[in-house]
Structure formats: structure tokens, C-alpha cells
Design a protein around this ligand. Sequence first.
Ligand code: PMP
Length: 450
Amino acid sequence: MLAGQLDEGQRLHAEHLNPQLSKMLHAIGFDRVFRRGEGAHLWDAAGERYLDFLSGFGVHAVGRNHPVVRQALHQILDAELADLVQFDAPALPGVLAEQLLARAPGMDRVYFCNSGTEAVEAALKFARCATGKPRVLFCDHAYHGLTLGSLSVNGAPEFREGFAPLLPDTQIPFGDLDALDRELRRGDVAAFLVEPIQGKGVNIPPAGFLTAAQALVREHGALLIADEVQTGLGRTGRWFAYQHENVQPDIVTVAKALSGGFVPVGATMARAGIFERVYSSLDRVFVHASTFAGNALAMAAGLATISVIEDEGLIANANARGGELVDGLRALAASHPSIADVRGRGLMIGIEFGTPRTVRGKAMWTTLNAARPGLFAQMVVVPLFTQHRVLTQVAGDHMAVIKLLPPLTITSEDAREFLAAFASVMQTAERPGGLALDFGKTLIKQALHR
Ligand code: PMP
């Protein structure tokens, strides 16, 4: 079925899948055919090598095609296991649960599922069931997935548009304790759901926010849910990002990295009391469940991933390489007025652009932002890819922020390669007749035709 169609992906997508994807890729020059991946690198059909600072939105935390994960998956296939019997209690989910819980202080039990959004759906249902209350508080710019429940706690109007009515959940400003307190006082709140570092925009809450939020939530009989789908498993330089503040959430969600980059998987961890309320009787044994949950390949991918993170010291590496990147970027910011902020933890880093001080810079910025907010960031992401073969992303719609989310395995050399490419793009971007003209024009055209 695949024969002769290996290079036909763009056409096949245009004909049979999301019709906008191939148009978008074409407009920004991202219409390459990738052939191979290894660690932090990709190779296209022409044999060109790319540095992957996107890692499949975080799924390739241990690098692409890691040999240990591959070996584990081969072993599972070759073992011809009795997988998904459904009326049995296989060891693999048990062992993976044990390994996850050993690294997640305060968590007692695990519910496995197949994606990030499903892990969040479980968290929302568990919180309602455990508290008997209906409403969930979430933050502006929050991203927790796109199924109806997680869409109801999405802090970006562009995702919600066209799908109303959603659940009666309430948005508060990220980091705003007064707003949190005000909403909790209404007495109907099941949980406050928060990303310890927001994926959209790479926003870090003010120091002490999570600790104070936990105290408030407890005071009002509500739960604290930490969505660690993106930040979990070493990304921010700890196993879980909530550990930066020593808070103990009631529920923690995980997905992305747990897959080893191969098998979709999600997990919702919670305190024992919550599971006791949800699975409160024999009758309710399957009250929240999913057919594929705990399948052997997903569990093996998870176990292999945890062992690679541990054996290769990837959490220490995330801290060290993240430090090198942030230092290098801050040094660049000193000579590039359009870099307004560099922030992050471990290998989750945001570079925010802002209005330059020079007259010419200001004019360019205003033109680009008028066409489409965040266009300048896109204008940097495009040449990073097309000219320097470095894959990154804008950190969210209409955002002037680039996000770096490389595999946790990157070396100092990879970090230097990124910094050199970024420096070169910034130099051109700020020059008259530079990228502002070339890429700005193309993208403005594209933006106007949306
Ligand atoms: N929560 C967070 C914090 C995420 O970053 C994401 C994915 N970007 C999700 C949930 C949803 O995960 P998935 O795409 O696997 O449904």
C-alpha cells in the first residue's frame, strides 16, 4: 500500500486529511520529506541533517529512536504476550505505576490512558467525583488538550471558537492568587488545574504561587491538579515541575515523554483517597476506563523511557544544557534589542520578542504585528529551519515567543549549534532588507489570506 508513495505525504494530506496542513507547511517553507531520526537529529530525503529543538512537542524527550526503547518494544513483540485480556491484572502496568509513583512525591495510585488530553479528562472527572463539586478553575493561556472536557479548560479563545457550549469552568489570570481566592469562595469548585510552567508562552508563575495556591485550594476543600503532560519526566530539570516548589498536588497528569517517542500513553496519578471515591465499590470497577489503557507496548515504552532518563542522567543534562542555552541567549539579548526576555527551566525555554527601541525596529514590529500578532517570532522560526536546519516552534497562536523543547539528550555542541544559528537569524532579522522583508512579506500574504 505504501509502495511508490513514500514522497507523497503532502499530496495525500491535501486530498484526504486536514486540508490546511499542507497549505500551512508550504506557505512557511516546511514542506520537507523526513526520512530518518536519531537522538536530536532528523534527516530529510536529500540527506540534509536537522537539529530537532521541538522533539515532537515533547514526546522525544529521550531522543528519537533510542536503542533502549526500541529494544524493549522488540522484546514485547517477540514475547507474544497475552496483552489486553481485559479480565486480568498484568504485571507491566503495575511495574510502570510503581516506577512512576516512586518519582512523584505525594502520589499513591495511577490511572493509565492513551494521551495527554485523556489524562486531563480523567483528572477532571476524578476531581468532580472526589469533591462532589462541579466547577474547575484554569488559567489564561492554559493548554490541557482539545477533547471537550480539556477544551473547557483551555485558556485560548481561538481553540474554543465553534465548539460551544463547553463545561461551566472558569478562567483566572495565571499567577493571580486573589482571583483564585475569589472563585474558591463561591464554594462550588472541584479543582484548580494548572501547568507548573505553561506550554503556551513558556510562562513561569511567580515564586511561591503554587504553594500558596495549594494552601488556598485546601482551605476551600478543592483539589490541586498539576498538568505535567509537557513538564513531566525530567523536562524542567526535576522529575516533575511541581517539585521546584515542593508542593504536593492532589492529581498529576503525565503523557508525551512517557511514550519514549513511540507508543501513545498517558497517566493520571492521584492521592489514594481520590481513587477510593471514584472506584468506591465493586460495581464501579470500570467507572472510568479505556480499552487500550495499560497495553504492553505502551507500558514497556514507559518503563524503558524512565530507565533511560535515569541511566543517562538526563535530568542533570536538562539542567546543564538548559543553563548553557539560557546563558547564551541572555548574552545575545544584550546586543539584540528585539529580544525582550529569555526564560525557562531545564530544557523548556522561551525567547520572547518585544518592540525594539530603534525607530526602524519599531516600525517593522508595528507592521508585522498589525498583519498578525506573533509574526516576528514566526519570521525567526522560518529561517532557523529553512536556512539553518534547526526545528523550533512559535510558543502559541499570536505569541511573540519561540519555544525550545529539545530532547533531554542534547549535548553542549548541539546547544552551541543552536545559539550560532539563532544569532545569525537575529542579525539578519534586525537588518533593513533582511528577513523582515523576505519572510515578513510571504507570511503577511499568508496571514491576510487566512
Ligand atoms: N496538557 C499539556 C500541558 C500539554 O502540553 C498537552 C499537549 N501539548 C496536553 C495536555 C494534551 O496532550 P495530547 O496532545 O497528548 O492530548
